[in-house]
Design a protein around this ligand. Structure first.
Ligand code: UDP
Ligand code: MG
Length: 328
């Protein structure tokens, strides 16, 4: 439990964003200084392999509110945010991408809404996704529609990971033992009082997206299997239908045999073998998703490892006489 609280923590997951960080500071700093609140900018360096650590150290010298938490290895966007939430000291915690796709100016609005309406969560909802690729928009739509249809989670169709949370919400998220959690579903699933703020999603300010297709599919699967048992039931239904169909074909095959037409039956045999095999494989695959989740939960491996927290380093320094310490 953090002892000395600040008013606002801005959690920024950062992975190989050397190009974008200076631009982020240019926009975030004036915005933050306008909040009239104490704050920290908690940059979670998700095991970057470019000059990001160096850039972050420089930013920290120029802007004392910047705090750097470095993960030992790349843990992924969601795990990086989780690390930030676990370390945040703010009474309010806002998570925002480093690439300026989410405008920092909106945070002030979120704070005002949270305080004014007394809610725990303020979701940033994209009102215009025209800057996203058609594929990204379609896949996102498909994903959120199916999640809404298949589970009880009332997640906003156009809400990403740009959101403001109260301390109580952050504590609740931190206390969840769940692995591979998809925060944009976990937070609405808590059902805390919430409000939304609309904003226009911009294009990435610099650098390239760190979200390849494979990661996007992973996130969707984690979200789906984390919140819905429907795919599991789907497998059962499919197996049942496949069984009935197989029974029909069996009767057909028997009749054909009695009529002496055994040779043409070969085709249907092949079809049955293939169909049943397909159904079984699909069912096994879906089962595997849940077994896999159970397995990782049992292993209880940490989703991330902290290498360094600039705040701890400061606390250890006796009088501030020593210069910045080497990163461990
Ligand atoms: N990110 C991260 N770890 C990763 C991948 C991405 O911390 O393994 C960060 C990245 O630096 C950015 C945010 O997550 O701040 C969103 O990533 P990105 O902009 O690449 O995703 P997109 O907007 O293309 O979906
Ligand atoms: Mg982005």
């Amino acid at each position: 439990m953090p002892d000395s609280l600040v008013d606002v923590t801005v959690v920024v997951p950062v992975y190989n964003e050397e190009a974008v960080l200076p631009l982020l500071v240019e926009r975030l700093r004036p915005a933050a200084e306008g909040w009239g609140a104490s704050y920290e900018v908690l940059c979670v360096d998700d095991g970057s392999t470019d000059a990001t650590p160096v850039v972050l150290q420089r930013l920290r010298r120029e802007w004392p509110e910047v705090r750097v938490v470095r993960l030992r290895a790349n843990a992924g966007h969601q795990a990086a945010i989780s690390a930030g939430l676990a370390r945040a000291r703010g009474r309010w915690v806002v998570t925002i991408d480093a690439d300026l796709q989410d405008p920092p100016e909106v945070i002030g609005e979120m704070l005002a809404v949270a305080r004014g309406q007394g809610v725990d969560v303020v979701y940033g909802v994209r009102q215009d996704r025209s800057t996203d690729t058609v594929f990204k928009r379609l896949s996102a739509r498909l994903f959120y529609r199916s999640i809404r249809a298949l589970s009880d989670v009332d997640a906003h169709v156009d809400a990403g990971d740009f959101r403001l949370m109260s301390r109580a919400t952050v504590e609740a998220v931190n206390a969840l033992p769940e692995h591979s959690r998809v925060l944009r579903l976990v937070v609405p699933a808590l059902g805390f009082p919430s409000a939304t703020v609309r904003y226009t999603r911009a294009v990435r300010a610099a650098g390239e997206s760190k979200y390849p297709l494979g990661t996007m599919i992973r996130l969707s699967l984690d979200g789906l299997t984390g919140f819905s048992l429907a795919p599991l039931r789907f497998a059962t239904w499919l197996g049942l239908l496949g069984g009935i169909a197989a029974l029909g074909v069996l009767v057909y095959a028997l009749v054909q045999m009695l009529l002496g037409n055994t040779l043409p039956g070969w085709t249907s045999t092949v079809v049955i073998v293939a169909a049943v095999g397909a159904v079984q494989l699909l069912a096994l695959g879906i089962l595997g998703e849940y077994v896999g989740r159970t397995y990782t939960a049992l292993q209880a491996r940490p989703a991330y490892f902290i290498a360094h927290d600039s705040l701890d380093a400061e606390a250890e320094r006796p009088s501030g006489e020593r210069g910045p310490q080497a990163l461990t």
